[in-house]
Design a binder for this molecule. Structure first.
Ligand SMILES: Cc1cc2nc3c(=O)[nH]c(=O)nc-3n(C[C@H](O)[C@H](O)[C@H](O)COP(=O)(O)O)c2cc1C
Ligand code: SF4
Length: 474
């Protein structure tokens, strides 16, 4: 596997992609200035979004135990604001109630915390205004979540999963047994109310939209694969999407005027585990077909977009236009959503060149947009492209493969990359994300997240030494 940093020229990059058999189109030259493709505004209903970059949600495992932002959270949101992205997709995942927190330090939007969320959003907007004079063309949303199977709300070392069905592989991974309880239909109905209440609070705090999180193995996403759950919320596609329909109906009634968006894992694979030499391999599954991968073709490693397209049709019926496409589960097959050179501490070495993962996300997003062009698409997974990110970004926007290029990790280490691209400044090469996964390893080990690799601020924190020690012990 070659390091992207070593692919210095366009012909090196093309030749390497060809050697992988990967189709990932890019523009050789990146334009800047107001006429450049990435600087074009997007008109969404009566709103103007000032350019084609979106900052993806990035949590920091750094809130207070009652769900409020800390100085670290505020710093991250300020950096979202100064990034130059005009669409802030959700900021970070905020739990709608205590048992849905993925860590004791996850943010939580409640009556008691709504004021803090309003201040956090305002801080981002003001920071943006200071850097770019204008925030009228900035759109800021809040991502709402319940962590479901990966809930760990009260103690970093104590998972407290809340599940919709018994999964033949993931139950074992999360320490569940056959008699572990499954959420009842009545409990789900109460959770719908919590999402609706959280959305109304987000509106009160000034957010333009809420993103109902349907990705990465959290509860919303788990509904989509609840194929053998009995009752109102499992089995048929209609039942598996009832949760979303109920939340949307509630939000329309309780928070009229609030836009609704969905971040979707549009395809999924089998869970992966460490195989020979630490390389990732799919966990063996006994059975003719693997039915628990939404957007999967039954093999556990292939894609079938029939249901994701039906899901996009449902979004259209519900009047939802904004969709962010991601994939898989962060805790069971992270390489398909967060292509990385090195694994996080709980992960495995990449089972494929990470560029294959980037290309898969790019092409699936483009295919969904081609087949359902009425929606507004934000793509994910571009950070691994490193210095080639602007070239691929410009190509996918210029050719209409996606409407916004969503940027995750790169915002942590090099928040003003987008501004440098838009203004034609040379890239700051030493700031470019190296896909080293330190920002994921840290929270997996109970520490706050951040770019420990390149951001001096985090390198000076004591956690940096802890991380180094962990690496030495490996
Ligand atoms: C530290 C960290 C925190 C993240 N937090 C969230 C989150 O709160 N919500 C979410 O939907 N995705 C989250 N993600 C996933 C990113 O939004 C993004 O999908 C992923 O990193 C791939 O994009 P990239 O290649 O630009 O990083 C997180 C990823 C990282 C590395
Ligand atoms: S720690 Fe920094 S360089 Fe490493 S993956 Fe995260 S953002 Fe990129």
């Amino acid at each position: 596997m070659r390091k992207v940093i070593a692919l210095k020229t366009a012909s090196d990059f093309s030749a390497y992609l060809a050697s992988l058999g990967v189709s990932l189109p890019f523009d050789e030259t990146v334009e800047s200035g107001p006429d450049s493709p990435l600087a074009q505004p997007y008109i969404l209903n009566d709103r103007v979004i000032g350019n084609r970059f979106a900052a993806l949600p990035m949590e920091g495992w750094d809130g207070t135990i009652d769900g409020c932002p800390t100085e670290l959270t505020k710093r991250r949101w300020q950096r979202f604001g100064l990034s130059g992205a005009k669409l802030i997709w959700g900021g970070e995942a905020a739990a709608v109630r205590p048992d849905g927190k993925g860590s004791p330090n996850q943010l939580m939007i409640l009556n008691e915390t709504v004021g803090e969320f309003a201040e956090l959003r305002e801080l981002l907007v003001q920071t943006h205004k200071e850097h770019f004079d204008n925030s009228d063309d900035l759109m800021v949303g809040l991502q709402l979540t319940h962590s479901g199977r990966v809930s760990r709300p009260y103690d970093k070392n104590r998972p407290e999963p809340i599940i919709l069905y018994h999964h033949p592989i993931l139950d074992q991974k999360f320490g569940l047994t056959a008699d572990s309880p499954v959420m009842t239909d009545d409990e789900i109905a109460r959770l719908v109310d919590d999402f609706v209440r959280a959305a109304a609070l987000a509106q009160q705090a000034g957010f333009a939209f809420v993103d109902i999180k349907y990705c990465h193995g959290y509860l919303g996403h788990e509904f989509l694969s609840a194929v053998d759950r009995p009752g109102r919320y499992g089995g048929s596609f209609e039942n598996r999407t009832r949760f979303l329909r109920e939340i949307v109906a509630g939000i329309r009634a309780k928070a009229p005027g609030l836009d609704i968006a969905v971040r979707l894992s549009a395809f999924d694979f089998l869970p992966f585990q460490r195989g020979e030499g630490g390389r990732g391999e799919p966990v063996p599954f006994r059975g003719d077909s693997y039915p628990y991968a939404f957007g999967g073709d039954g093999t556990g490693l292939g894609i079938d977009l029939t249901e994701p397209l039906a899901f996009l049709d449902l979004l259209t019926e519900l009047g939802i236009k904004l969709v962010c496409i991601s994939a898989g589960g962060g805790y069971y097959n992270p390489h398909i959503l967060r292509p990385s050179f090195l694994p996080a501490s709980d992960g495995y070495r990449p089972p494929e060149d990470p560029l294959v993962g980037v290309a898969r996300l790019v092409s699936v997003t483009a295919e969904l947009k081609r087949q359902r062009p009425q929606l507004v698409y934000v793509g994910s997974g571009y950070s691994y492209l490193q210095q080639w990110l602007p070239n691929v970004a410009q190509h996918v926007i210029r050719t209409g493969m996606v409407d916004f290029v969503g940027i995750g990790r790169m915002v942590l280490c090099y928040p003003d990359m987008m501004t440098d691209v838009l203004t034609g400044k040379p890239l700051k090469h030493r700031m470019i994300c190296r896909a080293c996964s330190d920002c994921t390893t840290a929270p997996r080990k109970g520490m706050v997240s951040g770019c420990y690799s390149l951001d001096e601020f985090y390198r000076k924190r004591p956690e940096y030494q802890q991380l180094r020690q962990l690496k030495r012990q490996k």
